[in-house]
Design a protein. Structure first.
Lengths: 648, 500
């Protein structure tokens, strides 16, 4: 394959970043926005072309009979560490990277267009587009990585762009602490990732993905059964690498940064904190899946973390007031679905049911990106209309914002898993994969799916129904209205995609071993999941369709639980305690004190003693001749005595 | 003598000093300072090009342009010069920092005296990097240290007399160890009685007995380590930097602290490989502490210069830490870290000086919202911070990763634990960098008086942009620098790597 297009896919956003970043100050808002969007539009065309060439051209480089191949377009050494280990920058085309080449530019382009309306007139508009381009560049570089260090490089870059975008409104204290928190928490996770890479590369003497993933037995052999603290070293390496994924994908207990990241502009939340960057962890596990398959313990760890996170986030989402926070926790929960799906995809070194879980995870990644971006952009439209993030300021908006209402409803139906919307198909595959592994995971995730439907429709009804439509009028003085074309076009587009993309025969394109997988709905699972989702929706409707005090009474009946869920089960307080009281007050301050008073005190002490000693003896240098004679006599007598004693 | 290109690295500064002495106004002084430092940098770049050409043509000697002129025959003291890839990298670094430092001190009071001392200091630095004779090396080392006392004492700020005295005395204390070590090396430099100060000859003779190595290695390592801010001999650094004027901080943290790391591997490890191999663990503990300790201390400081000085303790600790790993990859990383830290810390100190020159405070609690008032300087500060916390694409990342990958080649638990501890500094670094970004640059404007401040002048832009380009250059094309450095660490040249 020609390397021009892949290079352009990466080069255009980078160029746009430099152009808008360095020259943006001199540009008008309109020019900067147009340039940024045009750049992203070009990337969209090029990456669609690349992905479609990969999937459909039938080129023997890409497909062998019915098996899809992994194809390295280019792979260039960037930094040679040792003769074996080198960071290479390259472009890998395989089923999942081609999938991401569709997802990222689509969402990114929609967000570029949406932002033209949403960010209109904001100070720093050019900077915003520059950062969006930087993010798109980094994210694309991450997914096409051929080398685990390349992934790490772009992993850090997406983290930095996320930091810059969360802190876009840099005068707001809440935005500042949110962006710091996001960066530091993910950095902490990346420490695990880095150590994992170091261990893996040390044993395998390999940093490229393909030699590792195409020969997992070789990797296993290179570890030679080494163990550390009761687990194999390979498991440690894989779990540590997964830690990096836990940070980026906001898995328990490293999830705390994501809800706060909602301080960034809403389109940014849609792009980075819902559709693309936060699934990087899932992508990482999928990328290294043949290695994870080797160690059941690592897969089990992923499953447990994922299942716990999914449940926890769903609980918290039921008790939030801020609609962006609800969506944030819903994102955490949905990403956890993907993680669980990967975790249950294999057991005893064998992919279960032809690797259904792997396929389902990627499928859900795809559909979730579409409908979650839709929901966030819809939330942006709502916030734009009522100037508040809280549903308490909304209610009854269906009358005034029909486009937002319909598209938002489609998003909610999709995430709740109601056919024919996209989420139904992917979530059903995940549940089926869970049941194929173990009935417990299946039942557990089914329960979380029910909670998903409930909290999404709780939000939907509270925002669009609940109050009398007149409430909005009285409350805001002016009538809330649908946004302009720049914002409604992405909503409509994504709503259409969320409606139809479930019918894509996904198993044809993305499977764990490249062989085609025929999706057939397991009606026992599908039927029960639809049933449960419908029950949840009706329950939400019963509670929230019209203003009443049932929700309050219900919350009162177990107030402690509601409060705990509302306060996110106190994770933030725990972290605050650890960072402030233990690390800051208990480590940093004592060390700084120790440095100034003990270490530096010792050094000053030397100087002090020298000084005192010289003061004490300087009297001998008095210049008085009588004194010198006196000392001379004493010295002579003492010496004479010593000589005498020695001689005698 | 003047046919050897290297000698001009000492001659040009001397000519510059002469020129400065004749200058009559500030414009002439600036012209001399900038022209001279550009000439020095151009010379070192030319040296680099020539060096690569010679290596490509198959030159395999450990050092090129080797020459020696007798100075004091009874003690075999020579002015011996020679360079390899590492020295050239250091020469370029010095040149860049000298140029940017000259721009950063565009409006310094008493410019003539200031630049005279600054150039004298850089003469010492240049002489140190080109010397391969231990005695002249030591002499240039001292030449680089003494002007520091006056530069801080006269042009400094805050508690400058105390700081200047402390810095000088502590570094002199290090020199005492060093002197002892160097004389010891001299008297054991040859088995046949032809004593020599020449590094290459000493290494070739390999005559220092293991027992003596065990004494001389700690002496020289500590002697140089003091300048490299090794725990617990680092306390001169926060006070010294805090009081020093901008260009001096830049040159001191950017270049002078590199003398420590450079000396450690050029003398301590290169000449005493067996002791280095056996005793590395002691210093690994100390430098490992430096890395973590400096980073944690930086988290609670409020003075910008203190934050950066402690950050330097942490980053320079990583340099010595990596050198002690005694393998090619980690040591290559150490040199890259020296380059990287030199550039980014100079950038930091330049920016801090520029901010301090405007606000007259360095306390981050008394400032805020600088991004709105001084956008150019603030963006530069963010970039410097990102380089410091190891963002890919900037220089810190490549250096740190090379160090970590190289250090991880040791299989025993002791090394592993210390590598992981050192790795953890990437998180702590992020904490103190973002703390400053959040308090100083972001947020609402703290002091209304700051609203009238003006953003960077053109010479300040030249200084900061120049450094940023270099930081990004290393970050984007690391393989070039890695290759340049690696040759020096081949097992044939560096015995200690063969031992490991």
């Amino acid at each position: 394959m020609d390397i021009t297009i892949p290079i352009l896919i990466l080069a255009i956003p980078l160029f746009m970043f430099l152009l808008l970043g360095l020259g943006g100050v001199k540009m008008s808002h309109k020019l900067a926005g147009t340039l940024g969007s045009l750049g992203m539009g070009t990337v969209l065309v090029l990456s669609y072309y690349t992905a479609f060439t990969y999937y459909f051209s039938g080129n023997p480089e890409f497909i062998d009979g019915t098996t899809r191949l992994q194809y390295v377009v280019f792979n260039q050494t960037w930094l040679q560490f040792t003769p074996n280990l080198a960071i290479k920058l390259g472009f890998l085309l395989d089923p999942i990277s081609a999938l991401m080449l569709i997802v990222i530019p689509t969402i990114s382009f929609m967000v570029h267009i949406y932002s033209l309306g949403y960010m209109e007139g904001e100070k720093g508009f050019q900077r915003y587009y520059a950062f969006l381009s930087l993010f798109s560049f980094s994210m694309l570089g991450l997914v096409v990585a051929t080398n685990i260090f390349q992934m790490y490089i772009f992993w850090e870059l997406v983290g930095a762009s996320s930091f810059l975008l969360i802190g876009f409104f840099y005068t707001l204290p809440s935005a500042i602490s949110a962006c710091k928190k996001a960066f530091i928490v993910t950095r902490f996770a990346d420490l695990g990732f880095l150590i994992g890479i170091l261990i893996l590369s040390f044993y395998t003497q390999q940093l490229d993905f393909l030699p590792m993933t195409q020969n997992p037995q070789g990797v296993l052999a290179s570890f030679g059964g080494a163990t550390f603290m009761g687990a194999s070293v390979l498991t440690w390496a894989l779990v540590l690498i997964f830690t990096g994924g836990m940070g980026k994908s906001a898995m328990l207990p490293l999830h705390i940064w994501l809800p706060d990241a909602m301080e960034g502009p809403t389109p940014v939340s849609a792009l980075i904190h819902a559709a693309t960057m936060v699934v990087a962890g899932v992508y990482l596990v999928a990328r290294l899946f043949p290695l994870y398959m080797l160690e059941d313990a690592a897969l089990m760890f992923i499953t447990v973390v994922g299942a716990a996170t999914a449940f926890y986030a769903a609980m918290v989402a039921c008790a939030q007031i801020d609609i962006k926070r609800i969506l944030a926790f819903s994102t955490i929960s949905q990403i956890a679905f993907m993680m669980v799906s990967l975790g249950v995809a294999a057991k005893d070194n064998v992919a279960i049911h032809e690797g259904l879980g792997y396929m389902a995870s990627m499928f859900h990644l795809f559909t979730h990106a579409m409908f979650k971006a839709l929901l966030f952009l819809g939330a942006g439209a709502l916030i734009h209309a009522v100037h508040s993030n809280n549903y308490t300021a909304m209610g009854g908006l269906r009358k005034y914002m029909p486009i937002t209402h319909i598209t938002f409803l489609i998003g909610c139906l999709a995430i709740a898993g109601i056919p024919p919307f996209a989420g139904f198909f992917s979530k059903d595959e995940i549940l089926a994969a869970c049941f194929h592994n173990n009935w417990f995971w299946g039942a557990w995730m089914m329960m979380v799916a029910a909670m998903t439907a409930f909290y999404m429709f709780r939000m939907y009804f509270l925002v669009f129904w609940w109050n009398n439509p007149d409430y909005a009028k009285e409350h805001h003085g002016h009538l809330p209205h649908d946004p302009g074309i720049a914002m409604s076009f992405p909503l409509i587009f994504l709503a259409i995609v969320s409606t139809v993309c479930g019918f894509i025969p996904f198993g044809k394109f993305v499977t764990f071993d490249g062989h085609e997988y025929i999706i057939h709905l397991d009606w026992a699972v599908a039927g029960s999941s639809i049933g449960i989702a419908l029950i949840s929706i009706f329950f939400a409707m019963w509670l929230y369709a019209k203003e009443n005090d049932k929700p309050r009474r219900m919350a009162d009946s177990c107030r402690w639980l509601w409060t705990a869920a509302h306060r996110r089960f106190y994770w933030d307080e725990i972290y605050l305690f650890i960072t402030r009281r233990i690390i800051f007050d208990g480590i940093c301050k004592p060390i700084a004190w120790f440095d100034r008073h003990v270490i530096d005190g010792t050094m000053d002490g030397f100087a002090y003693v020298t000084n005192k000693a010289s003061v004490a003896i300087k009297g001998f240098q008095s210049g008085k001749v009588q004194m010198y004679i006196w000392w001379y006599l004493i010295g002579a007598v003492v010496l004479g005595l010593i000589v005498a004693v020695c001689v005698l | 003598m003047f046919s050897n290109i290297l000698i001009y690295f000492v001659v040009i500064p001397l000519v510059m000093m002469l020129g400065l002495a004749l200058c009559r106004n500030i414009k002439q002084i600036r012209a001399v300072a900038v022209t001279g430092s550009v000439a020095l940098t151009a010379l070192s770049v030319w040296l680099l090009v020539d060096y690569l050409a010679l290596r490509a043509a198959g030159a395999t000697e450990p050092m090129l342009w080797v020459d020696s002129w007798q100075w004091f025959a009874p003690l075999n003291i020579n002015l011996a010069v020679g360079v390899d890839g590492i020295s050239i990298a250091m020469l370029i670094l010095t040149g860049i920092i000298l140029i940017t430092g000259s721009f950063a001190s565009w409006e310094i009071p008493q410019p003539k005296e200031f630049f005279l001392w600054l150039i004298l200091l850089s003469t010492g630095v240049y002489g140190f990097f080109i010397s391969i004779d231990l005695f002249t090396m030591f002499m240039f080392y001292e030449v680089a240290l003494i002007p520091m006392y006056l530069l801080i004492g006269v042009w400094g700020s805050g508690n400058k007399n105390y700081s200047a005295m402390k810095l000088t005395l502590m570094l002199m204390g290090g020199s005492a160890f060093l002197m002892l070590g160097l004389i010891g090396i001299y008297y054991h430099s040859a088995a046949d009685g032809n004593l020599t100060w020449n590094i290459l000859e000493i290494a070739q003779n390999d005559a220092i007995s293991h027992g003596w190595q065990k004494f001389l290695f700690p002496m020289t390592f500590v002697g140089f380590g003091v300048l490299g801010a090794m725990f617990p001999f680092h306390t001169w650094s926060p006070d010294g930097h805090a009081s020093a004027p901008t260009a001096v901080s830049m040159l001191h943290a950017g270049v002078l602290m590199k003398l420590g790391g450079y000396g450690c591997f050029r003398v301590a490890i290169f000449l005493m490989p067996h002791a280095a191999n056996e005793l590395a663990w002691i210093f690994l503990i100390l430098t490992g502490i430096s890395v973590v300790y400096g980073a944690f201390s930086a988290c609670v400081q409020n003075d910008l210069k203190y934050i950066n000085a402690y950050s330097s303790v942490s980053h320079c600790g990583l340099v010595l830490f990596a050198i002690l790993m005694l393998n090619t990859t980690a040591m290559t990383g150490a040199i890259m870290q020296m380059l990287s830290h030199g550039l980014m810390t100079a950038l930091f100190f330049a920016l801090i000086g520029m901010i301090y020159g405007r606000t007259h405070t360095r306390d981050i609690r008394e400032m805020g919202g600088m991004m709105q008032i001084l956008p150019y300087l603030s963006v530069c500060y963010v970039i410097a911070g990102m380089a410091s916390l190891g963002l890919p694409g900037l220089s810190g990342f490549v250096a740190e990763m090379t160090i970590f990958v190289g250090s991880f080649e040791h299989t025993d638990l002791f090394h592993r634990v210390f590598v992981i501890v050192a790795c953890s500094s990437i998180v702590t670094t992020a904490v103190y960098i973002l703390r400053v970004v959040g308090k100083l640059l972001y947020g609402p404007v703290y002091d209304e008086h700051h609203l009238t401040l003006t953003d960077a002048k053109w010479w300040e832009r030249v200084a900061t942009a120049g450094l940023i380009v270099c930081v990004a250059g290393i970050g984007l094309f690391p393989n070039f620098f890695a290759d340049l450095i690696k040759f020096t660490f081949s097992p044939e040249i560096f015995t200690v790597i063969g031992l490991n």
